[in-house]
Design a protein around this ligand. Structure first.
Ligand code: XIL
Length: 365
């Protein structure tokens, strides 16, 4: 039988182990500020508004310095019913929450080939009507947000996912994006030009997935597209690398770093906008450690190019609420892709992010 002192020791060790696997010694938000990097996360408006689950909002506000509304600023929410029928309420509520939490806000997104309302898809509009509808939408959302909050979001994802994963046979890189492409061949130009006119006080981003590693066909397409925009003087400030990753194939962080650097050479900023790392059931502790390593490597690549890579955001923060849970995971089920687990406890990934931030404290601050 162990002595009382010894029993106390065992208890203490247990407490330390449990505490270190669930509590961070600093928030990601505070450590990000010390490393001069914005740490952000997407959130679901209904969860923020759900008074019976206050933990979600409290934790999101505490850990992050930037918010992205998951769906509240998309056409499906703001422009759902008809051409003249706008409802900015969900987007405004999301922005107000960010303001209340003293967070920056990423407005996602103004133009995409998904999540579009049926009136827009099935209205039989010709190219010039579509152009006018797109311009009106961008103006109404951006000017509406600015007028009603007296503040601009830090950034807008002006165009989302316009590029093909391979070059088209005619040399173009755009992919079909109903109703915009191919009906309006210059829709990307129209979107960015309108956005700059509507609100000159925000950063205008192009955002895409699968274009993280330099040298892949999709990364080349994104690079070629944004270089063309820059060369022709179309207003664009940055590229969002979504970073929806998995453990197999394991991404090459050196190539991610090279991509960030190349985009920076064009005079653009880079934001990691939607990072998550799939770890389907059964997600073992070894896989969680590899997941943590990947989070750390991507964050380190961003910090290494700090002048270019200015924000690091995940698509959600707790595994209980990820867009991947369900059919988007293979096998279908829980996907465990985020830094905090279903109980909101820090996973190895959160600890790794924190350690990397702490190791990159900005001495000048
Ligand atoms: C996802 C949302 O999280 C889901 O709720 C919705 O059903 C589909 O869209 N890339 C993007 C985001 O740019 O808009 C997507 O969000 C996730 C992938």
């Amino acid at each position: 039988m162990a002595s009382p002192v010894c029993r106390l020791c065992v208890l203490l060790v247990l407490v330390v182990v449990v505490a270190s696997s669930s509590l961070l010694n600093q928030t990601l938000r505070a450590a990000g500020a010390q490393a001069a990097l914005v740490m952000g996360s997407q959130f679901k408006l209904t969860n923020i508004q759900n008074a019976s689950e206050p933990k979600y909002k409290a934790m999101h506000a505490k850990q992050y310095a930037l918010s992205t509304a998951g769906n509240a600023c998309k056409w499906q929410s703001t422009h759902r019913v008809g051409p003249a029928d706008y409802d900015l309420t969900p987007c405004l509520q999301s922005f107000s929450y960010a303001t209340e939490a003293e967070q920056a806000f990423r407005a996602h997104n103004l133009c995409w080939g998904e999540g579009n309302p049926s009136w827009l898809l099935n209205g039989g509009y010709n190219a010039s009507q579509l152009r006018a509808i797109l311009r009106d939408h961008i103006r109404t959302v951006m000017m509406g947000l600015k007028q009603q909050t007296s503040r601009s979001p830090l950034a807008y994802d002006v165009v989302n996912e316009a590029c093909e994963s391979k070059r088209n046979s005619d040399g173009t890189f755009f992919k079909s994006a109903p109703p915009w492409y191919p009906a309006v061949p210059n829709y990307v130009d129209v979107a960015f030009q309108t956005a700059r006119e509507a609100d000159p006080d925000t950063l205008l981003f192009y955002n895409d997935y699968g274009s993280e590693e330099w040298g892949t066909p999709k990364a080349q397409n994104v690079y070629a597209m944004v270089k063309d925009l820059v060369d022709r003087g179309v207003p664009i400030d940055g590229v969002g690398l979504q970073m929806h990753l998995s453990l197999d194939p394991y991404p090459n962080a050196t190539l991610i770093g090279e991509n960030i650097w190349r985009l920076g050479q064009l005079g653009l900023q880079v934001h990691v906008t939607e990072m998550d790392v799939k770890c389907p059931e059964p997600c073992s502790s070894v896989q969680l450690a590899v997941q943590a390593r990947l989070y750390g490597e991507v964050l380190q690549a961003c910090l290494y190019h700090k002048k270019v890579c200015t924000s690091f955001e995940t698509w959600g923060f707790t595994d209980v609420e990820s867009w991947l849970n369900g059919d988007r995971c293979e096998p279908a089920g829980l996907c465990h892709p985020l830094p905090f687990d279903e109980q909101y406890l820090a996973k190895p990934a959160a600890e790794k992010l924190l350690r990397v931030l702490q190791a990159n404290r900005d001495q000048k601050l």
